[in-house]
Structures are given as C-alpha cells and as structure tokens.
Write a protein of this length. Structure first.
Length: 296
C-alpha cells in the first residue's frame, strides 16, 4: 500500500535506532526520505505516467522537457465565446519561455486550444486565462512536464491511428537523421532525446499540429507533512526508500559500516524491482523480428 511520510519516518527511525529524534531531527529524516525517494525514482524508473494531449507543432524539431507546457485540456467549454477570444498562459520564470496558444471556438463553445509555442522553465503549472467579454464558463488546464528526466516512448495520433515512433540514440540520430539542415515536413516517425539538455528531437518535423502520448519518467514531489501520502513512489518500489534514507542518515554521522549495510539492502532491491516491473524501453514492437520474439 502507499506509504505516508509518517510511515517512512518510523521505518527510518527503527533502522537507525533513534525513536526519540535524539540523533536526527524530524526535518533531517524528512530530507533524507525525500532524497531517497528521488534516488529510487532515478534508479528504478518507478515514477512514470502516460502524458496525453501533448501537441507536436508544425515545423518544430526540438521540444524541451525542462518545466514544459506542452498542451492544454479543455475541461469546460463555456458559452457565448466570440472569434475574438484569446488564451493566455501565466508568464514563465526568468530564463524560461511563456507558452502561447489559439482557442478553437465552435458555436460559441471553446472546444480546444492549439498551442503556437511550448512553454519551458516552469516550476509549477501555469494559470490559463480565457479572455472574451461576451463569453463565460470555460475552464482550461495546461498539460505539463514537470521534474521530467526521461522519455520511454512516444505515440503519435493521426486520423484514427495511434502509432509508436521509432527511437534511436542521439549519436545515431545526429549522424543519420539530421545530416540535412533542412528537411521536408510530414508525420514524425523517429525521435531521440539528449538527456543532459533534456531536449527531444523529432524527424520528420511535423507538417501540422499532431496530438501525441508520451510515456515519461519523473522525479517525485517532496513530502512535507507527516500525513502526506506518497502517491508517486508506490509498492513495491517504496519498500526500498527506508534503506536508502537510513544509509544517508548514518553517513552523516560517519557510521560508514552500518551505512554501507543499508546501502547494500537498497542496492539488492533495485534490479529485483526493475525486473519485476518488466523493463523500460523496448524495440519497435511493429518490427517483424520483435513480433517473432514475442510470439515465442
């Protein structure tokens, strides 16, 4: 079951034999727990979700993952909106790029929002404002990539088809897919990621707006209050958090022998949990050799 911050704190206190906060304060243990949750997400790729409504923009090859605003979902269309309606996203922090979009109005109802520019550098989801003197009731929320560090796969939607894009490592992609500085625009068929820059590259560049689904990995948000429930690092992965947090705490006290013991307990769980989860990125499932392998 999902663990609360209180559960994690109690687990770590038992491991380091400090039930009264004599050696470690509650805030220290909380910091170690949140650091351990991040390590668990990085090592086990367990904070993962399918982002839908991600828009690929015409003529755009490179897409940021750093605090990106990559789409907008209309929760309520409202009424009486005119063609003069505009959409605004709250400004990105210094150094970022503010997202922009155009509303689609059908019979006075806001039906969708077409992005004209992805946002980047956002720390929190931006507010989306629908501006029109005659309309009311529309509710729009952004589609965001916050704390993302990897993309597992990408699926594009074209007409009634959902197809998976091929993946290549950045070096091969750079050598073979970007050899021409200009390229025709069409449906994207292949992608790569430069993980250090957190940039995703597509080829061919889209010839229109496409809606896509991205299977993404992220870091968990910190737990703050003892009653906070960890809904991101879930079982079985949360079973490793206490061991990593205890190792971090004991290293602070220079109790290296015990720290190494708990670090080994954590390390033992990493491959076992990953194997149990079924792996991360697979080859192109439509490839005939892969299909034969699966059929066996």
């Amino acid at each position: 079951m999902a663990a609360s911050l209180q559960t994690y704190v109690t687990q770590v206190q038992r491991l380091v034999h400090d039930s009264t906060f004599a050696s470690f304060s509650q805030s220290e243990i909380t910091d170690y727990i949140n650091e351990a949750r991040e390590d668990t997400a990085l090592d086990m790729h367990c904070v993962r979700h399918l982002a839908t409504g991600v828009q690929l923009l015409p003529g755009q090859e490179i897409y940021p993952l750093n605090g990106a605003v990559c789409g907008a979902t209309v929760l309520a269309g409202g009424t009486s909106y005119s063609p003069a309606t505009t959409i605004t996203f709250s400004a990105a922090p210094a150094g970022g790029v503010t997202a922009t979009g155009i509303p689609v109005i059908t019979n006075g109802v806001l039906t969708s929002v077409n992005l004209t520019q992805w946002g980047s550098g956002y720390l929190d989801p931006p507010a989306v404002t629908v501006l029109d003197g005659g309309g009311s009731g529309a509710v729009v929320v952004p589609v965001t990539f916050l704390n993302m560090f990897q993309v597992v796969s990408m699926t594009n939607i074209w007409n009634n088809e959902r197809y998976m894009l091929n993946f290549r490592g950045f070096t091969l992609f750079q050598a073979y897919m970007r050899c021409w500085t200009t390229m025709f625009q069409s449906r994207p068929i292949i992608w790569t990621i430069h993980p250090q820059d957190l940039l995703v590259y597509l080829r061919p560049m889209p010839d229109q707006i496409y809606f896509s689904e991205w299977d993404v990995l992220s870091l968990p948000a910190p737990l703050v209050n003892l009653t906070d429930i960890d809904l991101q690092v879930l079982p079985p992965f949360n079973k490793a958090v206490q061991f990593r947090a205890a190792a971090l705490a004991l290293m602070k006290n220079q109790n290296f022998q015990q720290a190494e013991f708990y670090e080994s307990k954590y390390a033992q769980r990493v491959p076992r949990f990953i194997a149990g989860a079924g792996g991360v990125r697979i080859p192109n499932p439509y490839n005939s050799s892969f299909q034969r392998m699966v059929s066996r």
